[in-house]
Design a protein around this ligand. Structure first.
Ligand code: SF4
Ligand code: SF4
Length: 329
């Protein structure tokens, strides 16, 4: 469904500039943006993906991954048929980079689907929700009015002004931090690193619950230097942020070998020296997905695949030493 796009400016001779994400596409009449979702039609920027969902499912919130936001709950998850990056390893490339059939769901229909599914809210995920800005802006107040939560799972490739609006209307975000070298972002993802870091810093300073995910890819972002820079950046943020390392498996245009377990353990050990909450995902190893009290190491939440047990919390505090965990229940 077509809808007037937010965040664009006119640049003369019928051209427009889209200001939603750092790609800042300059579009002449008829041209389509890098995300394939926004087009200059008659000197206006129009999005054709409003409410067009490419997938819809009820997922455990741990699958987003969000480990410290209503653990052990279900969330209705959906997303658009587009993305503003083009990662060589994209595991959802068939719905992020190719046009496929979509289903229109009005904001009211989405709220009803969340209520029927008995989920805590809606997660905008799978592909890239930033490029669904207008739809999410309409859905979020309706969801919140019913006491439901609004979650984004995003690549953080968004400009500060729209991000400021998102931060007013969402409850929790998992942002990808794909690497710490500008060349990684330009060669592997066709984007830029600095705006991603800015978006993460800005979100860490807001009241929105934030977790971060780093996909470790052999030979591309798995060196000690890469991992240490990432850990140092996360540790420098204005509040403690849970960090998820995820193992890569070959997908789309990238054929590098899968991430070995010892690389994942190396990352876990490095990060655990500086960060209170570090997790490994997409691995078969047990014991690396539990939340432990940063002070007394009491197990707060134990996880095995998507099975979650809250074992050591009283309210949001450690049941043993009464340290505040920051976990939202
Ligand atoms: S949202 Fe799409 S059209 Fe707008 S700047 Fe980003 S890639 Fe370009
Ligand atoms: S940002 Fe995510 S959805 Fe978009 S291309 Fe990269 S991995 Fe795929």
């Amino acid at each position: 469904m077509q809808h007037e796009a937010a965040y664009f400016s006119k640049s003369g001779s019928g051209s427009v500039v889209c200001d939603l994400c750092p790609a800042r596409c300059h579009l002449s009449e008829g041209q389509v943006g890098v995300c394939h979702a926004r087009q200059n039609i008659g000197g206006e920027l129009i999005t054709d993906n409003y409410g067009e969902t490419v997938s819809i499912a009820v997922d455990p919130i741990e699958k987003k991954p969000l480990y410290h936001f209503y653990p052990n709950s279900a969330i209705l998850s959906t997303g658009p048929n587009c993305c503003n990056l083009d990662c060589r390893h994209c595991q959802n490339w068939s719905i992020s980079q190719r046009k496929v059939r979509t289903l229109y769901l009005s904001p009211e229909d989405l709220v009803n689907a969340v209520i029927e599914s008995k989920s805590i809210g809606a997660a905008f995920t799978y592909t890239e929700p930033v490029v669904w800005f207008e739809y999410i802006r309409d859905c979020a107040p309706l969801l919140r009015k019913k006491g439901l939560k609004v979650v984004l799972v995003s690549n953080a490739y968004v400009n500060p002004e729209p991000l400021a609006e998102f931060l007013q209307i969402v409850d929790a975000i998992n942002f990808d931090l794909k690497g710490m070298r500008p060349e990684f972002y330009s060669h592997v993802c066709k984007g830029k690193l600095e705006p991603v870091l800015d978006a993460i810093r800005m979100t860490a300073e807001s009241s929105v619950h934030l977790e971060l995910t780093n996909l470790i890819i052999p030979e591309l972002n798995d060196s000690d230097d890469d991992l240490q820079k990432l850990v140092d950046f996360v540790a420098s943020l204005s509040r403690p942020i849970p960090l998820h390392f995820s193992a890569y498996h070959p997908s789309y245009k990238l054929k590098n070998e899968s991430t070995p377990d010892d690389t994942m353990i190396r990352a876990y050990k490095m990060a655990s020296k500086k960060l209170p909450y570090v997790f490994l995902g997409n691995v078969r190893m047990e014991g690396y997905a539990d939340s432990k009290c940063p002070r007394c190491h009491n197990h707060l939440i134990e996880r095995s695949l998507y099975h979650t047990d809250i074992v050591g919390l009283e309210g949001s505090k450690c049941s043993q030493c009464v340290t505040e965990s920051g976990i939202i229940l």
